[in-house]
Ligand binder design. Structure first.
Ligand SMILES: CC(C)(COP(=O)(O)OP(=O)(O)OC[C@H]1O[C@@H](n2cnc3c(N)ncnc32)[C@H](O)[C@@H]1OP(=O)(O)O)[C@@H](O)C(=O)NCCC(=O)NCCS
Length: 190
């Protein structure tokens, strides 16, 4: 056994020579998190105006983005020099008073989009959440015009449930959303 190898942190998916890793947020990820808060459009269609750039440091100090009901992991590509590709979030919701579920979200930095990272990262997050929490359902919503995310969710094992009318105020208008889910018994594509 090679005792000099650094410990592997996070959960990994390997395919055709590339490895995608989900790992906890580290202090040097906070600059990326601040960019998401203050760079118009960096988060894509989810941009809803400037956010508090000091909030990421506060959140990191509070619980390292690993709370019981809300959290997030960094997406890393192991083969690259600056391997930080983006961020995945999860937030607990509740149906019927006693039926918790997760709502997940994702943003990749622009230079990492369109390379097959998004669907693998979201599939990996589902496998992780189904392994470590007893939820039956993981949901995700996206915009009617967000073809990359719709396709990415389908490849990650999600099914379209329907259109949620006028659920989002964005770019000066109320807009519809597309609601997707993956259930515990749905097959993982990984
Ligand atoms: C949406 C997002 C997570 C998708 O991840 P990604 O790594 O770019 O997408 P993938 O490479 O995994 O592609 C998944 C599928 O979508 C397709 N796709 C990707 N980008 C596309 C585009 N611009 N137009 C059409 N299809 C696209 C891919 O071709 C692939 O399908 P295929 O295998 O049938 O060819 C990523 O683009 C992103 O972070 N965008 C900005 C933030 C955002 O929109 N987040 C979601 C908010 S709800």
């Amino acid at each position: 056994m090679d005792n000099s190898a650094p410990p592997v942190v996070g959960i990994v998916h390997r395919a055709s020579g590339s490895a995608i890793r989900l790992r906890p947020v580290a202090e040097d990820d906070l600059e990326m998190m601040r960019r998401f808060a203050v760079e118009p459009g960096l988060v894509g269609l989810d941009w809803a105006g400037f956010r508090d750039a000091a909030a990421p440091a506060r959140r990191f100090a509070e619980d390292g983005y690993l709370g019981d009901r809300t959290g997030g992991l960094v997406v890393q590509v192991d083969s690259a020099a600056d391997a930080r590709a983006g961020y995945l979030s999860y937030l607990q919701g509740q149906y019927g008073g006693r039926a918790p579920y997760w709502e997940i979200g994702i943003v990749l930095l622009p230079e990492w989009r369109g390379q097959g990272i998004g669907w693998r990262a979201q599939a990996l997050l589902c496998d992780y959440l189904f392994s470590h929490t007893p939820v039956q359902r993981i949901q995700a919503s996206t915009h009617a015009e967000n073809t990359p995310e719709q396709r990415s969710l389908e490849k990650a094992g999600f099914q379209l449930e329907g259109v949620v009318r006028a659920c989002e105020f964005r770019a000066g208008a109320w807009r519809d959303g597309c609601l997707y889910s993956r259930l515990r018994d749905d097959p993982s594509p990984l």
